[in-house]
Design a protein around this ligand. Structure first.
Ligand code: ATP
Length: 305
């Protein structure tokens, strides 16, 4: 049973004040991208977790792994123990950079939820899966749903956003990941000592998304976490500049970073930008991706996928 699950970028990320529960109030517009992980589950004698692909060496193999926690969340929801449901072997094949601000761990959690619910024939509704996803993490419901969506609360309350066009992106992976809590702490610090300009209202971006014009969208990309990520990794400034010099319409730090996402005019431009950016020596690896794409979905074995 294999599920593919998309990465995400936040084309708009407005970070509000810290709430009583310690989370920041967010208003964000997610877009699911064609850069994916795949999650394979199968019945096994003893439970195990394997990780292959992009950055796999640093992914935890124990209960800290969000995909692993999906087993416990499903067991609790069904009122059956993990033993009763049956031991499973989980394999994560990663295409999404680890700790890259593209919600790779959340993607694996969403993929594992769907794969396990299908393997165990749990017959859960979309609503049930979404509520279990929210228990696993703020970005997990979006990985399940995909497309383009407005997220509020911690990012887990989703409303679909109309997006008529396929947008073409180039992604620059950094040498090392960034810890999301650290980036939020840095933003809090920057706000205490100064006044980093906020991204403002998301309404014009929603309109540009519906319009489908990448030039218009490029002018409206905004991420409140960018200043914090750049403060922790000043060389991201160079990467962002290099993407635009390579021909992208605009660049943005993805989520909490350090991955930089560059919006391009079309697919051909994205291939050109990626080739030039690869040669600029400002990042570890460059990938081309497009969005929006669907959320977690079972791979049909007849598709050869
Ligand atoms: P966020 O969703 O918070 O923006 P991110 O996209 O920056 O996160 P992830 O790849 O989700 O980063 O990883 C963040 C941390 O989560 C990693 O450092 C890793 O220790 C842990 N983690 C847990 N499960 C996974 C997983 N399945 N894949 C990758 N990292 C995982």
């Amino acid at each position: 049973m294999t599920v593919t699950v998309p990465s995400k970028i936040n084309v708009h990320l407005s970070v509000g004040p810290v709430r009583d529960d310690g989370y920041h109030e967010l208003t964000t517009i997610f877009q699911a991208l064609s850069l994916t992980d795949s999650v394979t589950v199968s019945a096994a004698e003893t439970p195990s977790l394997h990780v292959t692909g992009e950055g796999s060496k640093i992914v935890p193999r124990d209960e800290r792994n969000l995909a692993w926690r999906a087993v416990d969340v499903l067991a609790e929801h069904t009122g059956r123990s993990a033993e009763e449901l049956g031991s499973v072997s989980i394999t994560l094949d990663k295409g999404i950079p680890v700790a890259g601000g593209m919600a790779g761990g959340s993607a694996d959690a969403a993929g594992a939820l769907l794969a396990l619910a299908t393997l165990w024939k749990l017959d859960l509704s979309r609503e049930e899966l979404t509520s279990l996803a929210a228990q696993l993490g703020s970005d997990v419901p979006f990985a399940l749903h995909g497309g383009t969506a407005l997220g509020t609360g911690r990012g887990e309350e989703l409303v679909p956003v109309l997006s008529r066009h396929t947008f073409h992106w180039v992604l620059a992976f950094a040498q090392r990941g960034l810890s999301t809590p650290r980036v939020y702490r840095e933003l809090d610090r920057l706000r205490e000592v100064g006044d980093p300009p906020p991204v403002g209202d998301h309404a014009p971006l929603v309109e540009a998304m519906a319009w489908g014009d990448p030039h218009r969208l490029a002018e409206l990309l905004g991420n409140d976490l960018q200043a914090a990520a750049v403060s922790l990794r000043p060389n991201l400034r160079r990467t962002l500049r290099a993407g635009v010099e390579a021909g992208a319409l605009a660049g943005i730090v993805s989520g909490s970073g350090p991955t930089c996402a560059f919006l391009c005019a079309d697919g051909d431009a994205a291939v050109q930008v990626s080739a030039r950016l690869s040669g600029a020596g400002v990042c570890r690896t460059v990938r081309v991706a497009s969005g929006p794409v669907p959320g977690a979905r079972v791979v049909d074995p007849d598709d050869g996928g």
